[in-house]
Design a protein around this ligand. Sequence first.
Ligand code: NDP
Length: 434
Amino acid sequence: TKRNPDQPEFIQAITEVIESVWPFLKANPRFTELSLLDRLVEPERVVIFRVSWIDDAGQVQVNRGYRVQHNSALGPYKGGLRFHPSVNLAILKFLAFEQTLKNSLTTLPIGGGKGGSDFNPKGKSQQEVMRFCQAFITELYRHIGSNTDVPAGDIGVGGREVGYMAGMYKKLTNQADCVFTGKGISFGGSLIRPEATGYGTVYFAKHMLAEKNMTFDGLRVSVSGSGNVAQFAIEKALALGAKVITASDSSGTVIDEDGFTTEKLELLKQIKNVEYGRVSDYATRIGARFEANVRPWHVPVDVALPCATQNELDGDDAKALIKNNVVCVAEGANMPSTLEAVTLFEDNHILFAPGKASNAGGVATSGLEMSQNAMRLSWTQEEVDTRLQEIMQGIHDACVKYGRRDNGSISYVDGANIAGFVKVAEAMLAQGVV
Ligand code: NDP
């Protein structure tokens, strides 16, 4: 706390992990040698830079850009870029720390990083978005590379933005190597990458439900968010027979008791991805209820999938879900549940998966994109999806291995933290104090 004043999200993420691995560390003190914990929570490097660009009115705009290169013990830094007005160092440091453990859980050779800018893409023209992306990469390009640091998308950064940044990177460096994942299919992207985080979250939840001999078929599901992760979580939950009741954005929640259909989901994608519209527009067009400034968690469901942003599910939300007999909560977003909510879920024996485990399918498939690019090959949809499913099963099993309690219940929080920690810690100890 002393070294990181005014960084509550970073402190929150560190606290959760350290508290959860503490009993394991006491039983295995070799993991505390060489000041390992102190080194693990300190990013290897943080770059902060000016991004100036000219808007459509001819005015100069100035934003702040960041890249947190947290840990490279396992491989090149890997993690997304977020463009959102709320972006600051505390949020990016928490995300980069979480990313390090998440990437370790995938078992792929990738380190952890995160970056972005306080730029707000909402309401900007296509030309403004392109000019911003080009200005952003004009500085970031000197800090990244296919063997150094490989960014991807996150909130506010989808295929369009990755394309603009990858194009400018190529122009500046004369290198066509894989320095972004989440690229378009026409220039090296991987099939299933757009779907991977949402699909992976549902695959993970499927294994959690199997612990209670349940399947998604016929279950009521609430999803928050309506962006990349939310859309594909809805798609896979529907494919597995679930009834998805909600979607949301920062202005409110749509509640559709009839449930999503494939056609309704296509309309949501059209409104969010093509028209850059709001969930309220979607509610109007399908004739469903829209609740302004309300989150989805008061709606009775069996499974809740928070897929929007950090700290969007607090203690009161958790109490409402528990009162309504929720069985399983799997995080598609990063740290959507507050510490209080997580404790409530675990104390009430709700199956609860932290994002670093359940949303790791996105970065895992980014790792598969890097492999395909390195081999100059493209795998089929089935090949990538099969590998994604195997990786999610592997992460689930690792969580169960390290998170099984004496009373037989599973703490996915402890399991994910310990399993992710052990691999990074082994690698850091083996590489000495650097
Ligand atoms: P998108 O930008 O595609 O979608 C974000 C969604 O969250 C939008 O519906 C947005 O609504 C909503 N949202 C953003 N901020 C808030 C807020 N303060 N309150 C309520 N809703 C909000 O991002 P992604 O779907 O890619 O990312 C969602 C989450 O998943 C993030 O936590 C991200 O870090 C995480 N994640 C993403 C991965 C990926 O592969 N994309 C991989 C792993 C994790 P609005 O339009 O109103 O802003």
